[in-house]
Design a binder for this molecule. Structure first.
Ligand SMILES: CC(C)(COP(=O)(O)OP(=O)(O)OC[C@H]1O[C@@H](n2cnc3c(N)ncnc32)[C@H](O)[C@@H]1OP(=O)(O)O)[C@@H](O)C(=O)NCCC(=O)NCCS
Length: 185
């Protein structure tokens, strides 16, 4: 049984980390298109700057797990942008909302607890991250939450999220077949 190392890609990402991340994300969109709101055709057309912004933005963090020790080539991933990036997520005035997205574990590594390790690492990053922009705009009186969108028929995803502390968000509009889930951190 392989041992997994879960780590965050510290900005600035190296060229090899950037290339590995891009390959990983595009592979996930090809292998599990039904799981994601985005799609391969959209992201394969992204410029290098868009990929770099995903990894180097001070408001986002990519968390990956690797079966290797060199922290370059990795299989599973999730990425966590913080509040200022998504107007859509401003539901409650004093919530500092982090969005967890692009969660994926390569099929060869599923069912071994890697997904749960990744989600927990994301929750920990959100718990400890200080978002200066949010603090300046909203002040200190806020509650940190992590939110995500999952399709109703994604049993693996919904089980993973409920096992890691997420519950359905009441009263937030979602498209047909989707639901928002939330964890307080
Ligand atoms: C969802 C996904 C990330 C889960 O990753 P994983 O590494 O297999 O998950 P884990 O092994 O950590 O399992 C976490 C929990 O979910 C459960 N689970 C995992 N896959 C499951 C499945 N297919 N059916 C039911 N439960 C499942 C596990 O039993 C475990 O629960 P437990 O703690 O009670 O044992 C993976 O299946 C995946 O990448 N799917 C395709 C992409 C996707 O759906 N992403 C989410 C988009 S919102």
């Amino acid at each position: 049984m392989p041992t997994y190392t879960v780590f965050s890609i510290e900005p600035p990402a190296s060229p090899s980390q950037l290339a590995a991340y891009k390959t990983l994300r595009l592979t996930s969109l090809q292998m599990d298109p039904q799981a994601f709101v985005s799609n391969y055709a959209r992201e394969v057309a992204f410029s290098e700057d868009v990929w770099r912004e995903r990894l180097d933005s001070p408001y986002k963090r990519a968390i990956v797990a690797s079966v290797r020790r060199n922290h370059d080539a990795s299989h599973p991933t999730c990425i966590l942008p913080s509040w200022p990036h998504s107007k859509k997520l401003e539901w409650v005035p004093n919530w500092e909302i982090y969005a967890l997205y692009a969660m994926w574990v390569h099929p060869a590594h599923r069912g071994k607890g890697v997904g749960a390790q990744l989600v927990n690492a994301c929750l920990e990053w959100a718990r400890t991250n200080v978002d200066i922009k949010f603090l300046n705009e909203k002040g200190g009186d806020s509650e940190k939450v992590v939110a995500l969108l999952v399709y109703n028929d994604n049993v693996a995803g919904r089980t993973l999220y409920s096992r890691t502390g997420f519950t359905d968000i009441e009263g937030v509009p979602a498209e047909e077949g989707e639901r928002w889930m939330l964890a307080r951190v």
